[in-house]
Design a protein. Structure first.
Length: 149
């Protein structure tokens, strides 16, 4: 009977520790970059710049979803970088990914920001096809009630 109680207590404590660590992880951001050139890290100047933002900055990323490799890894790399900027910038730095794919209004918006579609080769159903894709971004800053870019 004593052994059963000890096992339950241990499981309960381990579960409680995991919940607490998870809650701490939601509020604390850190990343370890083990590459020689710190490819996956922001520079100190970038960190200080985004931390000291006075006005909100919004980045709109026009990126076609479901692209084949290597384009899908570009999307993930960009999302990771923007996540890191948002972690340091807090509510002063926001971003959103948009897929102009078949949305005519998003295609027109991308064109207004000089983000043209590019052609990529895609293999679908054993056929090589050329597909238009979007891979660009635009940022704006809300300053003193007016928008600039």
């Amino acid at each position: 009977m004593q052994r059963n109680w000890t096992t339950r207590t241990t499981l309960l404590l381990v579960g409680l520790i995991l919940v607490v660590l998870n809650l701490i992880g939601l509020n604390v951001f850190f990343r370890i970059d083990l590459t020689d050139d710190r490819v996956y890290s922001l520079s100190e100047a970038s960190i200080e710049t985004v931390r000291s933002l006075e006005d909100p900055v919004t980045v709109r990323v026009f990126f076609t979803a479901d692209l084949p490799a290597p384009y899908s890894s570009y999307r993930r790399f960009l999302r990771d970088k923007l996540d890191e900027y948002r972690a340091y910038g807090g509510n002063k730095f926001q971003y959103e990914f948009l897929d102009p794919g078949s949305d005519e209004s998003l295609q027109q918006e991308a064109a207004r920001y000089n983000i043209p579609p590019v052609q990529v080769q895609v293999i679908e159903n054993d056929n090589l096809q050329i597909k238009n894709a979007y891979m660009g971004w635009w940022s704006s800053m809300q300053a003193s009630g007016r928008r600039s870019r």
